[in-house]
Design a protein. Structure first.
Length: 111
């Protein structure tokens, strides 16, 4: 599963003793077309928000979900977003924060 499949959750990550649940988007796409990439990413993020807001997160059995978790939507990106994508990513971060969801972007250094 990756960013290309907008209707699925790619990775759910928890750590024993922590109340943080990371919902990870596996983003392998290049940023050559910022508008198209942003559109695909927005669709995936919307799926993640719906997953949390609908309560589906709490139905997950593995990994075990802590009571009252802090939720973070994390993008595991293969490519560094260009400057033209920063405004979009800033809006995403601000919107998620308003919903009580953390946001992070991790760009892979693997080539």
């Amino acid at each position: 599963m990756t960013i290309s499949d907008a209707k699925t959750i790619d990775i759910i990550a928890t750590q024993a003793g922590s109340d943080l649940v990371k919902l990870v988007i596996a983003d392998h796409l290049p940023w050559e077309d910022v508008h198209a990439h942003s559109h695909v990413l927005q669709a995936k993020i919307n799926t993640y928000i719906a997953f949390v807001e609908s309560g589906q997160l709490y139905l997950v059995k593995e990994p075990p979900i802590p009571d009252a978790p802090r939720v973070c939507i994390a993008i595991a990106a293969l490519h560094t977003p260009p400057a033209a994508a920063q405004e979009f990513l800033g809006r995403v971060k601000a919107f998620l924060a308003s919903q009580g969801i953390q946001f992070e972007l991790d760009v892979s250094r693997a080539k």
